[in-house]
Design a protein. Structure first.
Length: 276
């Protein structure tokens, strides 16, 4: 495969940065689609009229950005997935700006409240039925792992039926963070996990009823109340019989989860690691 257009003329400055920007633009516009293999280092070097080390540096940067993946002896492959790019960006901001757990979870409340508001206005009856089925599924799960997956599915469904793709992507990742944090603090124990998830099943059904009632304000308020209870339970949950130290301790657990689950190069860890 060759670069699909004539490369931009390189100017004085860091040549590798310019190559990164040119390839990044092609990836984000779809000229180099997800799953496509980049040309070989030699082909790229000839195309841009630069040395092989310059191309290797550019590929390393694209890999760290989560736009391509590399394996020894193979050409780089485009791996541009919106959720992965968003996860890396949010995780980086949370760690760099030292954002607290309460602030992260508070943001999810705002996002899901907006999703419920939009769903009440725009979701079809079939989509609301799907949301109800997902809510009922959070009660049917028999263990922590299945319960966590069902909870993520419920809120992913809520954000999807908002018909706002950016909102849905943001909500999916931060929901994964919230669920992963709750499981981590509970130590994966059913009793402690139940304090956060199982006990709130009736409130999730109230969210569905509010969306089905087609009143955006009531739907949003119902979600905000639900998340207020979730945050209270996460902050107070116990692990191994000892109180989770404080809000600072919960924030420390949040950062540890992000480090374990959102890696360099956009490799978001296998979703089972949510439970580790």
């Amino acid at each position: 495969m060759s670069v699909p257009h004539t490369p931009a003329k390189l100017y004085r400055g860091r040549v590798a940065d310019q190559i990164v920007e040119d390839l990044r633009e092609q990836i984000l516009t779809g000229a180099l689609p997800d799953g496509a293999r980049l040309p070989s280092e030699r082909e790229l070097a000839a195309s841009y009229d630069v040395s092989a080390p310059t191309i290797r540096e550019a590929i390393r940067v694209l890999t760290a950005m989560g736009l391509v993946t590399t394996r020894n002896g193979s050409r780089a492959t485009v791996n541009a997935q919106g959720d992965t790019l968003l996860a890396m960006s949010i995780a980086s901001v949370v760690q760099f700006e030292k954002v607290g757990a309460r602030e992260v979870l508070g943001l999810l409340s705002v996002l899901n409240a907006y999703a419920a508001e939009l769903a009440a206005e725009h979701a079809s009856d079939e989509e609301i039925a799907r949301l109800r089925e997902a809510a009922e599924g959070t009660a049917a799960a028999e263990d922590v792992e299945r319960s966590a997956a069902a909870l993520q599915h419920f809120f992913a469904t809520l954000s999807d039926i908002s018909h706002n793709p950016l909102l849905a992507a943001l909500s999916r990742f931060i929901t994964e963070v919230q669920v992963g944090l709750a499981v981590k603090l509970s130590g994966g124990k059913g009793g402690d996990w139940g304090q956060v998830a199982g006990a709130l099943q009736p409130e999730r059904l109230r969210i569905v009823d509010a969306v089905a009632g087609r009143d955006p304000a009531v739907a949003a308020a119902t979600v905000r109340e639900y998340h207020r209870h979730v945050v209270e339970r996460i902050i107070s949950v116990r692990k191994g019989g000892e109180a989770a130290a404080s809000e600072a301790g919960v924030t420390e657990a949040l950062i540890a989860w992000l480090r374990a689950n959102v890696g360099l190069g956009g490799q978001v860890a296998n979703r089972r690691s949510t439970l580790s």
